[in-house]
Design a protein around this ligand. Structure first.
Ligand SMILES: [Zn+2]
Length: 492
């Protein structure tokens, strides 16, 4: 048995000014060929699970490419073409099965609003009879093209995503069973017109928990092979943005259809619960100041790079310093210019310079606003560290060259590259022990949870500025299907 295994992961925020070239899909661009195998084997990711599943049945494995980029603006056409060419070349060499680790919300500049669906269609065109399994993120905006051009789709059941490996393991296992004739996967999908906010998609709380649990219950039913409840990705101005469900049964189309409907009804009935309302930033910081015991998390979620934000807006830090907060660790802020200047100055130097705010955000009518700061360079590193988990465990992370800039009240981690604070490594790798700080200002929305909540005494959501904002009124949707909640009123 010969299996093509590949990864092409990107969540596209169509409002983001951050570019997504080929190079952004890995430390030095995507891994190609045997490098992809070596880099991804042993990781707790879907592609890591695919490799394990294939090796368990002694299959020959071909890994044309593996690339994961942070959410950002539309992927460059050249990068997308290269992914497609590599995967299709791999398939054309002849294979029995195809396993793809995709995101499900990729938009490509000048090519397609549905990167995954278009790729799958291209594969089907050259290998119409080869079964395909796909793992998707919970934030996938599932399309008809994805479902019609694959045999198995399984999505993450958790957010934060701590079941990446399990998702790949299930998709891979079902595909191998299909190949052996042990099952006849029958897949159905549906969507509802709800543009849920990612801040309301924590699968351990509220309506999202009910929705995710309904899918988990569905999966326990006889003849149901996989049930996935997708939250969707709302910062995507594409027709299919929003919530959807995919159910696979063993040769029972009606059951699959009915389960899809039942899962989505749970979300539709509570649609108001998926909308987030911000507390004004000044009030949030004032509240944070009254709290005694640290660490207190200041969650600058609108500038969360894991949603495609620029990770350099300074509004929240400016307000925190203005209100006199001290003993803050900030991390990370992306500002390659400042990194360069501070490295030139060297460790121990006293420097005054503009930090952050170097990127304009035309989609939300905001200019970048740097914050003039004076401080000391206390550390310089290459920015490399290995994620210790529990999400992306074992993956090598690269922040680019990284500087710690200490203003007296704030120790700021400034990086060359985008980096979600998804691991304590963003601080510990540069010599800051986060558990000892009074405040941790994190440009994070959800990934901080499994990592920083266990050491935190409080967390405060800060409505700073950014294209990852959960305030849907800031965005001008033009291509999304209408009507859709909450852009349109469904009270009638
Ligand atoms: Zn996600």
């Amino acid at each position: 048995m010969k299996i093509v295994i590949a990864q092409m992961e990107h969540e596209t925020n169509t409002f983001s000014p951050v570019e997504t070239p080929w190079d952004s899909f890995g430390p030095d661009g995507p891994y190609i060929g045997v490098q992809a195998y070596r880099a991804m084997k042993g990781t707790k990711t879907p592609i890591g699970a695919f490799i394990d599943a294939a090796e368990k049945v002694n299959a020959e494995i071909i890994t044309p490419v593996a690339g994961f980029a942070y959410p950002s603006g539309p992927v460059s056409g050249a990068a997308y073409d290269q992914f497609c060419d590599l995967i299709i070349d791999g398939v054309k060499q002849g294979c029995d099965l195809i396993m793809l680790d995709l995101h499900g919300a990729m938009v490509v500049k000048n090519r397609t609003l549905d990167g995954e669906g278009t790729l799958l269609k291209k594969i089907r065109d050259v290998a119409p009879s080869v079964p395909i399994a796909v793992s998707l993120d919970l934030h996938a905006n599932v399309t008809a093209a994805m479902v019609n051009n694959s045999d198995i789709i399984v999505g993450y059941k958790t957010y934060p995503h701590i079941d990446m490996y399990e998702t790949g393991a299930l998709a891979g296992e079902l595909l191998i069973k299909l190949y052996r004739g042990e099952i006849k996967p029958t897949m159905r999908w549906n969507n509802i017109p709800v543009l849920a906010q990612t801040l309301k998609m924590n699968t351990s709380e509220g309506a999202m928990k009910d929705y995710a649990e309904r899918a988990a219950d569905s999966e326990k039913k006889i003849n149901v092979l996989a049930s996935s409840a997708f939250g969707g990705f709302p910062m995507a101005d594409i027709p299919e943005a929003g919530m959807s469900a995919v159910v696979i049964t063993n040769d029972d189309g009606d059951l699959a259809q009915n389960e899809c409907k039942a899962i989505l009804e749970v979300a539709w009935a509570q649609k108001e619960s998926f909308i987030w309302f911000d507390e004004p930033l000044e009030e949030a910081i004032r509240h944070a100041k009254t709290l005694q015991e640290g660490p207190i998390l200041l969650l600058d979620h609108p500038d969360n790079c894991a949603t495609g934000a620029t990770q350099d807006t300074m509004t929240t830090l400016r307000e925190a310093l203005k209100q006199g907060l001290t003993d803050i660790a900030v991390g990370p802020i992306r500002d390659p210019e400042a990194v360069n200047d501070l490295i030139k100055a060297g460790i121990g130097s006293h420097v005054t310079l503009p930090v952050g705010g170097k990127t304009d955000m035309p989609a939300i009518n905001k200019k970048g606003e740097p914050l003039e700061l004076t401080g000391v360079v206390t550390n310089i590193t290459d920015g490399d560290y290995v994620i210790t988990g529990p999400q992306f465990t074992g993956v090598k992370a690269s922040m680019g060259r990284t500087v710690v800039f200490d203003t007296g009240n704030a120790e700021i981690v400034i990086t060359e590259k985008l980096q979600e604070p998804w691991d304590q490594g963003v601080f510990t790798s540069v010599g800051i022990e986060p558990s000892t700080k009074k405040y941790l200002l994190l440009k994070s929305r959800m990934y901080f949870r499994p990592v920083f909540l266990p050491i935190a005494k409080h967390s405060v959501y800060c409505a700073g500025v950014g294209v990852g904002s959960s305030d849907w009124t800031m965005f001008n949707y033009e291509k999304i299907r209408r009507p859709i909640y909450p852009l349109d009123d469904f009270t009638d």
